[in-house]
Design a protein around this ligand. Structure first.
Ligand SMILES: O=C(O)[C@H](CS(=O)(=O)O)OP(=O)(O)O
Length: 235
C-alpha cells in the first residue's frame, strides 16, 4: 500500500520529505480553485510566482497578470484571484502569471517533489484517478492562511485521503481526523464552511459566487500539474 500524508501549513513543510512524492498543493479559497478554473476555460498555462514584483514584470512578456494580496487585486494587475473571472473563456489562449497571498507561496515551497499537482474541489475525482494510476506516495500540502491551519484546505485533504483509501494508507492523526470530518460534512460543504474564518473574511469582499464555485465538486475532468518547464498545465 502507498502512503498519503497531510501538511496543514507551509510553515510545517520542512517536517516532510518531498522527494519521490506527488505533492498536491491546495488553496481552496481561492488560488488553486482559480488555477483549475483558468486552465479548464482556455488559459494555456500558468506561471506561479511567490513575489508580486516578479509577477508584475511578466506583463511586458505578453502574459496576462493576476496579482492578489489579502483578498484584493494588487495595484497594477489585470486580474485578481477570482475563479469566476475565467469562466466565460474570455482569456482563452493567454498565458497567465499569477501571485496570491498563500497559494503561490505553497507551490514555491513544494519544489523538490517528484511531481506537483494543483488540488481543488472542481477537479477532485480527476486528481484521484490520476494519482491512483501512479505508484507514488502522496503529500497533501495545505496553503492555509498566513501560516495558520484552515478548514477548507484541510477538508479537501480529508476528501482526498478518503477517496484514495483503496490505494493509499494514512496513519497520521490529522489525516484521519480530516477524512472523518469530510465524511460527516462533505454533503454540506457550503453550510459547514460558511462558519470558517477564511470564508467570512472573503464574504466581506462580496465574492459569494467565488465561494460557491470553489466548493463545487467535480465540474472538470482535468488534472493540473507543474510541467518540466515550471508551467502549470492541464493534462
Ligand atoms: O484571494 C484569496 O482568496 C486569498 C486571500 S487571503 O488569504 O484571505 O488574504 O489568497 P489565497 O492565496 O488564494 O489564499
Amino acid at each position: 500500500m502507498r502512503k498519503v500524508e497531510v501538511c496543514f501549513s507551509p510553515e510545517l513543510i520542512h517536517l516532510f520529505d518531498l522527494e519521490d512524492k506527488i505533492v498536491v498543493v491546495v488553496d481552496i479559497f481561492r488560488a488553486t480553485s482559480t488555477m483549475v478554473a483558468a486552465l479548464a476555460n482556455g488559459i494555456e498555462s500558468i506561471l506561479s510566482f511567490a513575489d508580486l514584483e516578479a509577477c508584475r514584470l511578466m506583463k511586458e512578456k505578453g502574459f496576462l497578470i493576476g496579482g492578489e494580496r489579502n483578498g484584493l487585486t494588487a495595484p497594477g494587475f489585470e486580474m485578481g484571484n477570482s475563479p469566476v473571472a475565467y469562466l466565460s473563456g474570455e482569456y482563452s489562449g493567454r498565458k497567465l502569471a499569477m501571485t496570491t497571498t498563500n497559494g503561490t507561496q505553497a507551490i514555491e515551497k513544494s519544489k523538490g517533489a517528484f511531481e506537483i499537482l494543483i488540488g481543488a474541489f472542481p477537479n477532485l475525482q480527476a486528481t484521484v484517478s490520476y494519482i491512483q494510476d501512479q505508484n507514488k506516495d502522496v503529500l497533501i500540502h495545505c496553503a492555509g492562511w498566513k501560516g495558520h491551519f484552515n478548514l477548507e484546505d484541510s477538508l479537501y485533504a480529508g476528501a482526498l485521503v478518503k477517496s484514495l483509501e483503496s490505494t493509499h494508507e494514512s496513519s497520521e492523526d490529522g489525516a484521519m481526523a480530516m477524512s472523518l470530518l469530510f465524511e460527516k460534512v462533505g454533503h454540506n460543504l457550503k453550510g459547514f464552511l460558511s462558519q470558517a474564518s477564511h470564508a467570512k473574511r472573503l464574504q466581506n469582499h462580496g465574492i459569494e459566487e467565488d465561494i460557491d464555485f470553489c466548493l463545487t465538486l467535480d465540474l472538470y475532468e482535468i488534472v493540473v500539474k507543474l510541467d518540466e518547464r515550471g508551467f502549470l498545465v492541464k493534462v
